[in-house]
Write a protein that binds this ligand. Structure first.
Ligand code: UDP
Length: 334
């Protein structure tokens, strides 16, 4: 299938492009390279463009015979979204609107959309089921939820079949540790701990040690990027017969910040300096997924259930590419 991957040069998008290619599909990457890396997508076709440019998206769809779209292009930093909500609404909501207009103009009906556990806000119970109320507590979660609602209403017209996949904590590196996380600036826990292990930052800061959890630090559900990508392929298959699919994607088990730090220490064999600091605003104590629906309806199985192999794949990427994609290494698609 010819699949346009918006944001395909980013972390999850590039792993998706590689998986699509391995599975015999023809991905075309549509990315403005504001965050993504050309080197992450090997020889995949790249159209450097912005989603706000609806005509360009239409041209790309037409020129490449695109039959389905996967949409990863979004800003993802919670803190930044609070500082600059209008940028987030523009990129995450207005540009999703622009993409939907392009799909409508070209009669492309299938869309797989990257959503997030941040749509739930501070959940009233864990593990989180898809039907729990959505009360996002920051513009990032709010813009993803607004986009989901737009997809819902567009699907009601019969012109769109979509899957919204709510990721928990995406991490790890695909292709045997060769395609990993390279965010500038980095804000995610696992790459930050690894940077501390590599001596690229003085320490790792724990944001809050007084949560109501066994060791006082926040618990999250870490899910390997390749497991996430496999769910996208399954969802795409199911869009042949379904108009609206909504799934949580997580392992269902949680690890505390201290457990993640200990795992990086074990995997890397390095000493890591830890500094305990105050809570980060808006962090719920525990976020874990009830992903039963994806497992039963899509037949989704995760290959990485435990944290250690996930961290090992991330360590492989960062120790091989200490400057991320900045060291010029192109990662082949296969
Ligand atoms: N965290 C931390 N120190 C850091 C970065 C993150 O203690 O330098 C914590 C954060 O408070 C959260 C967990 O690690 O409890 C995962 O944070 P991340 O930003 O990776 O993902 P999020 O859960 O916000 O999507």
């Amino acid at each position: 299938m010819n699949v346009m991957v918006c944001g395909g040069a980013g972390y999850i998008g590039s792993n998706m492009v590689a998986l699509l290619a391995r599975e015999g599909h023809s991905p075309v990457v549509y990315d403005n390279l504001s965050k993504g890396h050309r080197a992450a997508i090997g020889a995949a076709r790249l159209v450097e463009g912005d989603l706000a440019d609806c005509d360009r998206v239409v041209e790309t769809i037409t020129a490449n015979g695109v039959e389905a779209v996967m949409h990863f292009a979004a800003f993802i930093e919670v803190g930044e979204s609070v500082q600059e909500p209008l940028r987030y609404y523009h990129n995450n909501v207005c540009n999703t609107h622009s993409l939907l207009r392009a799909l409508e103009r070209t009669d492309v009906r299938k869309l797989v959309f990257s959503s997030t556990a941040a749509t739930y806000g501070m959940p009233e119970s864990v593990p989180i089921h898809e039907d729990l109320p959505k009360h996002p507590v920051n513009p990032y979660g709010e813009t993803k939820w607004a986009s989901e609602r737009m997809l819902h209403w567009q699907s009601q017209t019969g012109k769109l079949s979509y899957a919204a996949l709510r990721y928990f904590n995406a991490c790890g590196a695909g292709n045997g540790g060769r395609r990993g996380e390279d965010h500038r600036p980095e804000t995610h826990l696992i790459p930050l701990i690894i940077q501390a292990a590599l001596g690229q930052r003085p320490d790792i800061k724990i944001f809050g040690t007084d949560y109501e959890t066994p060791d006082g630090t926040c618990i999250r559900d870490y899910i390997h990027v390749e497991d996430l990508c496999r769910a996208h392929l399954l969802a795409l298959d199911h869009l042949d017969s379904e108009q609206e699919l909504i799934y949580n994607l997580g392992n269902g088990s949680g690890y505390s910040v201290r457990q993640v730090i200990d795992t990086v220490k074990r995997v890397s064999g390095k000493t890591i300096r830890v500094t305990e600091t105050e809570r980060r605003p808006g962090d719920p104590a525990v976020l874990t997924a009830d992903a039963t629906k994806a497992r039963t309806e899509l037949g989704w199985k995760t290959e990485y259930a435990a944290l250690e192999p996930i961290v090992a794949s991330a360590w492989e990427f960062h120790s091989r590419h200490p400057r991320g994609y900045g060291d010029g290494a192109e990662v082949p698609l296969a």
